[in-house]
Design a binder for this molecule. Sequence first.
Ligand code: ZN
Length: 112
Amino acid sequence: MNCNSAKSMLLPFLRDELSAEEVDELTRHLKDCPQCREDLEIYYIVQRGIDGLSKASLSTFDFKEQFERDLSRKTTEAHNHLSLLRTARAFFRTAVMIAVFAGMYVVYRWFF
Ligand SMILES: [Zn+2]
């Protein structure tokens, strides 16, 4: 993923509008790209600031710490979702293979 597509995903990312695959791609890019990470941090702080304007605790709110927590939570969620998906796919492939071999065996027994 390049920086342009990463930057276009930052706001949808903060709004939880990305799929697990997109979050996975984006967070992998963010790991190696301090520039995009910084942009995300800025978006995040602005958004949290807007969300928290009415809250009295805003002045004591630790944006940086909250940002790191949210980012690692989103990364973990996407990762968990994807590994579940991969396990399901591997399971399905194995089941199909077993069915094919069972079918071949039945056909073999039928004719020979
Ligand atoms: Zn970048």
